[in-house]
Design a protein around this ligand. Structure first.
Ligand SMILES: Cc1cc2nc3c(=O)[nH]c(=O)nc-3n(C[C@H](O)[C@H](O)[C@H](O)COP(=O)(O)OP(=O)(O)OC[C@H]3O[C@@H](n4cnc5c(N)ncnc54)[C@H](O)[C@@H]3O)c2cc1C
Length: 574
């Protein structure tokens, strides 16, 4: 244990009462969780939360839906109020109160009341920093023009809503295709705006791999969103009418609009921590131990502001998500009050709704593994793609989920998973997220016993399927190949779909032997070549690979079949 301050062992400073004083900077996800947990562990502690904004514990995750009028009342965003904190938890919340400085020597904060301008001093025994992060505003020409917004707080969203109405906005540019950009784009479309997303990377939703973003990109386009990928904004200018903005990109493309949202990421709020001389990590977040303690033993830090270890790679990581912030707040309170809790690290488990699609991911992506490899830290991996139904095909409303599961090619330990589809996506990723946390393998996914009734899944759930496909590959029963390999020389590409499917579109140079005729026609296949087999999604080709391998052929299954090919060909040169 790292020697947490306990109510008994805390040594209050002379000038204060006997009650240990826990001061918390920031009253939303991490700060509010920390405060409430601290109270549940101690009736004696004096707990005060300082929040510079007008609200405490508000739902920032709901802001895009408030902009889109899906959430109609501002007060629905208020998860708790200062009154509730006071009455229910005996916690004092001071809103409009900005903490300006920390004096570590005196264990004292300088706090400014933003309504009166008055500055006061507050002494602490334990201090928790939960200041969150700030939207990145790149220093581009015109960045401060009216009509350019960032979305972090309720006042930010009210400003956007007012602008849309007052300026009769018809066109918006969203800069950044991450989850805040995508969610807000959807909500602006729902308000009748014509929306363009400009994203610097060649894909949207940067945490997932590019081929997994393709179906989402298609879905956005199908919903009327214009995507401009692989280019970044160079400047903002006023248009001919001063109510118009012109957004110019590095490639000289111009997009006219009446409003723009900057959603290009967030930066940890570390100004207080820096002023206090606390250690800042390589990625610019506050450096903490796994007990959320900073380099000062009386100061803890949680949430978007901190750097924590990646659960899979062990590297430092910045993951600005609400789940880790809440859990870290709770852990900091535990440790302050003498419990031996510790944070396991982040997996980056995320989910986002994009019109009728859901995208979710957990663990590492393939691009992260490739980056690590190029930096000399190779984690040997294999991947499988599959497209199972979210529930039994015979039950109305069946839809497929596109899944990618990445696992250690040495022992099958699961490293990451991504999924996109209309329904049942996050359930599968949540199951795999938990499996990753328990260091499980694809063999465990094969065996997982999950809920089943036809409305909800299949008797072999997509999670079981993923495990089976990967385990079949690892056991050598059905080794996988990938579309990126098909151009390698000396390979024979076999399509085992029906002729009608083959004729409607196939991989150039492939031969067609439909699965039902494979046994009688297999003698026409070359024995000296490796045979890569595909079908629509990888299932019939799996049966074919088994037939061929049992008959002495060297055959592999092209993972995900033609469905995966459609996405892969947009990303790789196949
Ligand atoms: C639009 C939007 C949508 C999101 N959607 C999701 C989602 O769907 N899922 C998800 O997991 N995450 C989502 N997030 C991210 C999530 O909200 C954050 O990761 C989480 O709120 C971080 O918690 P935190 O406590 O670190 O910081 P915050 O919740 O941002 O709280 C920090 C607070 O500290 C206050 N503060 C800062 N400095 C001071 C100071 N010096 N004195 C006093 N107060 C100070 C700030 O005013 C702020 O209110 C979303 C974020 C946004 C903006």
């Amino acid at each position: 244990m790292e020697g947490g301050l306990t109510v008994d062992n805390i040594s209050p400073k002379k000038e204060q009462s006997k009650k240990p004083r826990i001061l918390i900077v920031g009253g939303v996800a991490g700060g509010a969780s920390c405060a409430a947990r601290a109270r549940r562990l101690s009736e004696d502690a004096e707990i005060i939360v300082f929040e510079r904004g007008p609200f405490v514990s508000f739902a920032n995750c709901g802001l895009p839906y408030y902009v889109g009028n899906v959430i109609t009342h501002e007060k629905s965003l208020l998860v708790a109020t200062p009154e509730l904190f006071s009455k229910r938890f005996n916690i004092e919340v001071k809103v409009h109160s900005e903490v300006l400085a920390i004096d570590r020597e005196k264990r004292e904060l300088k706090v400014k009341n933003l309504l009166t301008g008055e500055v006061s001093a507050e002494i602490y025994d334990a201090l928790v920093l939960a200041p969150g992060s700030a939207p990145i505003k790149p220093p581009l020409p015109g960045i401060d023009l009216p009509g350019i917004f960032t979305l972090r707080t309720i006042p930010d969203s009210n400003r956007m809503k007012d602008w849309i109405i007052n300026k009769n906005v018809k066109r918006a540019v969203v800069v950044g295709g991450g989850f805040i950009g995508l969610e807000t784009a959807e909500n602006l479309v729902k308000r009748g705006l014509s929306v363009t997303i400009i994203e610097m990377l060649p894909q949207i939703m940067p945490p997932i791999d590019p081929e997994m973003a393709v179906p989402l990109q298609e879905h956005l386009k199908a919903n009327g969103v214009t995507l401009h990928l692989g280019d970044s904004v160079a400047k903002f200018e006023l248009g001919q009418s001063t109510d118009n903005l012109v957004v110019t990109t590095k490639t000289e493309m111009k997009f006219e609009c009446e409003m723009a949202l900057l959603a290009v990421g967030v930066r940890p709020e570390v100004s207080l921590a820096k002023q206090a001389g606390l250690e800042i990590g390589v990625l610019g977040g506050i450096r903490v131990t796994n007990q959320m303690r900073t380099s000062d033993e009386n100061i803890w830090a949680v949430g978007d502001a901190v750097e924590v270890r990646d659960f899979i790679t062990g590297d430092w990581s910045l993951i600005p998500l609400a789940g880790p912030a809440n859990r870290q707040g709770r852990i900091a309170a535990d440790v302050i009050l003498g419990r031996d809790s510790s944070f396991r690290g982040v997996q980056g488990t995320m989910v986002c709704k994009v019109f009728n699609n859901t995208v979710a991911a957990t663990g590492v992506s393939e691009k992260t593994l490739l980056r690590l490899k190029s930096n000399g830290k190779e984690i040997p991996y294999e991947k499988v793609y599959l497209h199972p139904g979210q529930h039994a095909a015979y039950y109305p409303g069946a839809k497929s989920i596109t899944m990618k599961v990445i696992y250690s090619s040495e022992d099958g330990k699961i490293l990451g998973a991504q999924a996109v589809g209309e329904d049942g996506v996050e359930k599968r990723i949540d199951v795999i997220a938990m499996a990753i946390q328990k260091h499980s393998t694809v063999y465990d996914l094969e065996e997982a016993e999950l809920c089943y009734a036809p409305q909800f899944g299949t008797a072999k759930d997509p999670v079981n399927f993923a495990g089976m496909v990967a385990a079949n590959a690892l056991r050598g029963d059905s080794p996988v190949a990938h579309w990126a390999n098909v151009n390698e020389s000396g390979m024979y590409i076999l399509d085992v779909r029906e002729p009608s499917e083959f004729n409607a579109g196939h991989f150039e140079g492939s031969a067609n032997i439909p699965l039902p005729t494979l046994r009688e026609k297999m003698n026409s296949l070359p024995r000296e070549k490796e045979i890569l087999v595909y079908c629509g999604v990888g299932q019939r080709s799996y049966y074919a690979v088994r037939i061929l391998r049992l008959n002495g052929f060297d055959a592999r299954n092209i993972s995900g079949g033609m469905t995966t090919y459609q996405s892969q060909k947009q990303v790789h040169r196949i």
